[in-house]
Write a protein that binds this ligand. Sequence first.
Ligand code: AMP
Length: 417
Amino acid sequence: MKNILKNIKGTKDISAEESYIWQYIENYIHNFFDSFGYSEVRTPTFENTELFVRSIGGDTDIVSKEMYSWIDQGNNTLTLRPEFTASVVRYFIQNQLHKINPSHKIYYIGSSFRRERPQKGRLREFRQFGIEAFGSKNPEQDAEIISMAYNFYKNLDISNLKLELNSIGSKESRIEYRKVLKSFLEKFKTDLSEVSQKRLESNPLRILDTKIDFEKDIIKDAPKIIDYLSKNDQKSFSATLDLLDSIKIPYTINNYLVRGLDYYSQTVFEIQSDLLGAQSALCGGGRYDYLVEELGGEPTPAIGFAAGIERLILAIENNNRIAKKNPDIYIISIDESSHKYSFAVENSLRRNKKLKIISDKLRRTMKSQMKDANRLMAKNVIIIGEEEMNSGQLTLKDMNTGDQQKLTLDNIVDHFK
Ligand code: AMP
């Protein structure tokens, strides 16, 4: 029998002890993207399965074995989103956004679902954020997206960032390259894995993305797509690099970076950090100039990236620099008669909305309330007992210095202004 008191493998509770880090990151995401004029869009968690099959591609790992799909009571085939781009493009087309404005800049945050083998930094429900820019095919747009991704992590002081870039060209450039690559790989066909042998027919470029060591050895000598780019593709890629150079964004070109999803074209990129171990990719993205049209919209160039929050937090934890806000005041009531008075004192102090105030509701002894205040790292305690109630002089103790003073409630309110 299933243990219903255990969360599903590959999912994770975000605990009370760590949620402050998530809130910090979420606030940072909103502020960072807003400062570039990107607006948040929230799409539903599930969509028609066909949307993901057609955009991500039938022979990708995601679509062929990782999607959570089901048929509902109305006989609709539905899928929990394995990523956001397909949903955002669906939203763009459905609302005919191209008619409203030639440029649309969108960001998102939420859960994605993939039935992968769980391990550190790899879950079955994970939280992603990302951005999509619709309308511009210009290198300034590529450079904006790539530099945003890089600076997003840099501003959080994540060390050892590695930005890799490649261009996989337009459809036209890829026709010739596909042929050359296929005939190169055919020489090693029997050495390739079963999956790659299939991909040799359906999509040989995907083999460049292999994680298998002996295939990586073969690929080292494979022809490079960069040598088959059309003049236009070359021009656009080098203009993007030029812009990145001009603002000193460090990158390396990885000729074999193709990314796992089918919809990419031209610029693709990934950011990694070796703080993460095996699952080192913090974020990945690229251009997808054909996807809007392929899904039935007006031809619209677009570029974006997606990133995982769990991995970002793993990287941040290794740097350990986000501090939880400690209570400003812990109110200690010494005896039964002081609880009502303390309740009113707390209410008066709460008019200052910036204060974090905690009070005991267990009617514990003074000693154990003091212990609790220490555990929570309260900066101050206010002690209220019969004597304090009668004299109107409350004891304020600074937990850092140990200094104690007797103050009226008005004095205390002023003290925290
Ligand atoms: P992808 O769409 O596969 O390029 O993923 C974009 C980003 O999402 C990755 O760079 C990771 O940070 C994150 N990500 C992807 N899959 C997972 C997963 N199963 N668990 C946690 N994070 C993931």
